[in-house]
Each structure stands twice: as structure tokens, then as C-alpha cells.
Ligand binder design. Structure first.
Ligand code: HEM
Length: 418
């Protein structure tokens, strides 16, 4: 990206962006905080914390209903709700999700999540080495969601995970047109939607269990007072599933990367668990996994002094905003004592991530169990960890690590409360 003019040629999908993320972020934040991209039919990118928050909280001017990324295929088989709708309808779905994804409800899942964490660690702890993304970071979010929230067979997870990856995190291939790329991603969404639809139809026939699936099936009212159609319920299931997979994988890999590369912090965290909560906020900031998500301007307006035309798409680069030097001293460094008042990694305004408590809980349990069970964690090879980007997500592709071989422990899976 070095040779491009950021102001007019910035491309979220540029293949060399992931490797230069730290330096490019600082350059755009200090020199051109809003840029025009010619890619994917054209969009603007907003980088600064202050500008991102201003756009994200003004849903009347900056709507979500034209999609979360540029060139979003108009296919109505697999949309994401509440991400691709506006209040007040969006707020009614949020309140349904809040009942099951809020901090208090999520705390009841801790024993179940801890059992999955320890079961996954058992699979690699004796070997003294593993590829952490494959062995753990990509496994836990799906496992947790499938068995703790949906109660569907874990055997189906690999299929759904692959389709979700194609929909959310697949990078554009060399020589592929933007239309082909959009179609490939939509095909991934359609496969996840087919799977979830079959499961939801089955659940509709069964006695209610009082879980998130039942609440979604029960539905909410549209703005005109009619009941939300079946498809909207499916779109909510899709969003809850997809919203938590790649995003959480990235921060879990980030956590292992951090422990492997910061031995002094690691020793402090092992000795003093009261440091964990703050450290996790800092890791979520540093390893913010949403590269950018979109809004469409509903009128001619301006953002951070830059004119914006009605109909233009603005990508809010949350991951870059998390490195804003106006907010954070030494933004490209991890400082586990840094105080973060509100974490932009989860977005801002009416669409702020409803899954944040689950993500934080997976981070906390992972930190506790890695510190307890995996000694001497190190990277296995200097350049061996790989990060790629899609238009919207940062993806951790591989993270080979080594460590002192440890013992397998017995794990008791608990019957979760719904
Ligand atoms: C570290 C992990 C995660 C990160 C960094 C993250 C990030 C985000 C961000 C930035 C948004 C705001 C979207 C916008 O402003 O357009 C969002 C929305 C959302 N997230 Fe997450 N997320 C994470 C985990 C989860 C989990 C575990 C779930 C599900 C349980 C989830 C479900 C959702 C949903 C359904 C939305 C849409 C909310 C709405 O539009 O009202 N996320 N997430």
C-alpha cells in the first residue's frame, strides 16, 4: 500500500494491508482520516474514533438498511438482522437478543464454556506444539455457540464453519472480479441459511426450551404492527451465528500471540488474576477484529469536515479507530494497564455488539486456562503467523506455537441452563 495515494486509492481489500496494518493505520489517522476508495464500486472509509462514533450514533442520517459492506449483493435469501435494519424495528430484535446475550445470562454459561476450553486444550497440550488457530481459536466460538446456545450436533460444525468463513472472512482471490467475489460470499451465506432454516423448522415443531432459538422463533412486531415474517427470524439467527465466529477467533488467537510474545506480562497475569479484566479490554482494542462495517448516507451531509453525498457508503474502520493516537498513547503497543473507557472494538451506537459479554467471557476463560495449563508458550518460527483481511474482518489464518508439554485433564461437560 506504500505507493498508493491513501486519500483517493485506499482499498480495504488490498492484499498487503494486513502485513502493514500498524503503520498504515497511523498514517491514515494522522494524514487523511477520511478517504475515498475506488474499489467495489466506490466507498469512503472513516478512521478516527471521534468520527466513527459520530456516524455510528446517528442512525437517521447513516442507515444500515442498504447493507454492511459495499457492493452487497441484493440477494434476499440471507441478510443479517439486526445488522441490516434501523431502529425502531432493529431495537425490538436487540431486546430479544439482550435477554440471552446480556452479561447476567451469559454468566450462567461459564461452566459449559470452561469445559469446552479444557477439552480443546486436552487435544493439543501433550504435543508441546500446535497450530493455535486450527486447534483452538477457530474451534471454541463455534463449539460454544452450537452446544451452549443452539444445542445442535457438534458434528455439523465443520460444514457450517466453512460456509460462514466463505461468507464473512474470505479474502478476494487474485484475478477475481468484485462481482464474482460478492457472489462467492453470498453462496456461503446461502449455505449457512439453509442449515439454520432446517434447524429452526425442527425446533418450531418441538416443545419450547426457553432458549434464544425459542425467543427468535417467537419474533417481534414490524414497524407497522404486523408480525415479523419467517425470513426475518432466519436473518437474526444468521447474524447471531456469523457475528460471533471469525471475530472471536481473531481475538482468541491474538490473546495466545500476546502471551507467547510478552513473557513479562504473562508472568504478571499468572501471578495476579485481578489484572485480567483490564488486560482483556486492551487485547480487544489491540486485536480488534472488525476491520470496517458500513453505513449509507441518507442525505447530503459531512463527516469530520469532509462532504458526503446522499447514497454514499461509509465504512467505519473500527479496528483502525482502536489505534487512534488522539485517544491512545503509544497506540500500536499493548499496555495491559491502559484504561479504556469504552471499547470501540465492539462498535458504537444502536448496533453496538450484543455479543460482547460472550466474547469477553471466552477471552477470560481462555486466559485463565492457558495460564494454568500451557507453560512456556512461544511462537514457533518468526514469520509463521498469518493474518488476512476481508472487506469487513481481520482474520487470523495460522498461528503455530510451541510450549512445554502438559498433562491431559478429565473434563466434565455440564448440562447448561437455557
Ligand atoms: C471479539 C468478538 C467480537 C467483536 C470484535 C464484535 C464486533 C462487533 C461490532 C463492531 C459490531 C457493530 C456493527 C456495526 O456497528 O455495524 C457487532 C455487531 C454484532 N455482533 Fe459482534 N463482535 C464480537 C462477538 C460477537 C458474538 C460472540 C456475537 C454473538 C453471540 C456477536 C453478534 C453480533 C450481532 C448480532 C451484531 C449486530 C447487532 C446490531 O446490528 O444491532 N458478536 N459486533
Amino acid at each position: 500500500m506504500k505507493s498508493v495515494d491513501y486519500e483517493t486509492e485506499f482499498d480495504l481489500d488490498a492484499p498487503d494491508f494486513p502485513a502493514k496494518f500498524d503503520e498504515v493505520s497511523q498514517e491514515v489517522l494522522t494524514k487523511c482520516p477520511i478517504v475515498q476508495s475506488p474499489a467495489l464500486g466506490g466507498y469512503k472509509v472513516v478512521f478516527r474514533d471521534e468520527d466513527i462514533r459520530a456516524v455510528a450514533k446517528d442512525w437517521q442520517t447513516f442507515s444500515n438498511r442498504f447493507g454492511y459492506e459495499p457492493n452487497r449483493n441484493g440477494d434476499d435469501n440471507a441478510r443479517l438482522f439486526p445488522l441490516e435494519i434501523d431502529p425502531p424495528y432493529q431495537a425490538r430484535w436487540r431486546s430479544v437478543l439482550g435477554t440471552h446475550l446480556g452479561a447476567r445470562a451469559v454468566a450462567t454459561k461459564e461452566p459449559s464454556i470452561r469445559a469446552h476450553v479444557n477439552d480443546l486444550i486436552n487435544d493439543f497440550v501433550g504435543a508441546g506444539e500446535c497450530e493455535f488457530v486450527e486447534a483452538y481459536a477457530s474451534q471454541l466460538p463455534g463449539r460454544m455457540f452450537f452446544s451452549t446456545f443452539l444445542h445442535v450436533p457438534l458434528a455439523d460444525l465443520a460444514y457450517v464453519q466453512k460456509a460462514t468463513d466463505e461468507a464473512v472472512s474470505l479474502p478476494i482471490a487474485a484475478g477475481e472480479s468484485t462481482e464474482e467475489y460478492a457472489e462467492r460470499r453470498q453462496a456461503g451465506w446461502n449455505r449457512v441459511a439453509e442449515y439454520l432454516e432446517e434447524y429452526m423448522r425442527k425446533r418450531e415443531e418441538e416443545p419450547p426450551r426457553g432458549d434464544i432459538v425459542d425467543s427468535i422463533l417467537q419474533g417481534v412486531e414490524l414497524d407497522d404492527g404486523e408480525q415479523a415474517p419467517w425470513k426475518h427470524k432466519l436473518f437474526v439467527m444468521l447474524d447471531v451465528l456469523a457475528g460471533g465466529m471469525t471475530t472471536t477467533t481473531f481475538v482468541l488467537a491474538g490473546l495466545a500471540h500476546f502471551l507467547a510474545t510478552h513473557p513479562e506480562d504473562r508472568a504478571r497475569l499468572a501471578a495476579d488474576p485481578s489484572l485480567h479484566t483490564n488486560a482483556i479490554e486492551e487485547l480487544l482494542r489491540y486485536y480488534a477484529s472488525i476491520l470496517a462495517l458500513g453505513r449509507t448516507a441518507m442525505e447530503d451531509t459531512e463527516v469530520g469536515g469532509c462532504p458526503v453525498k446522499k447514497g454514499e457508503m461509509l465504512m467505519l474502520a473500527y479496528s483502525v479507530g482502536c489505534r487512534d493516537p488522539q485517544i491512545y498513547d503509544r497506540p500500536n503497543e499493548i499496555d495491559i494497564d491502559r484504561k479504556i473507557s469504552s471499547n470501540l472494538a465492539f462498535g458504537w451506537g444502536s448496533h453496538r455488539c450484543p455479543g460482547n459479554s460472550i466474547a469477553r467471557l471466552q477471552m477470560r476463560i481462555t486466559m485463565e486456562e492457558l495460564l494454568r495449563r500451557v507453560d512456556g508458550l512461544e511462537l514457533a518460527g518468526a514469520d509463521s503467523n498469518q493474518i488476512s483481511h476481508s472487506t469487513v474482518t481481520r482474520n487470523w489464518d495460522t498461528l503455530p506455537v510451541k510450549f512445554t508439554p502438559g498433562a491431559v485433564e478429565s473434563v466434565e461437560f455440564v448440562e447448561e441452563e437455557v
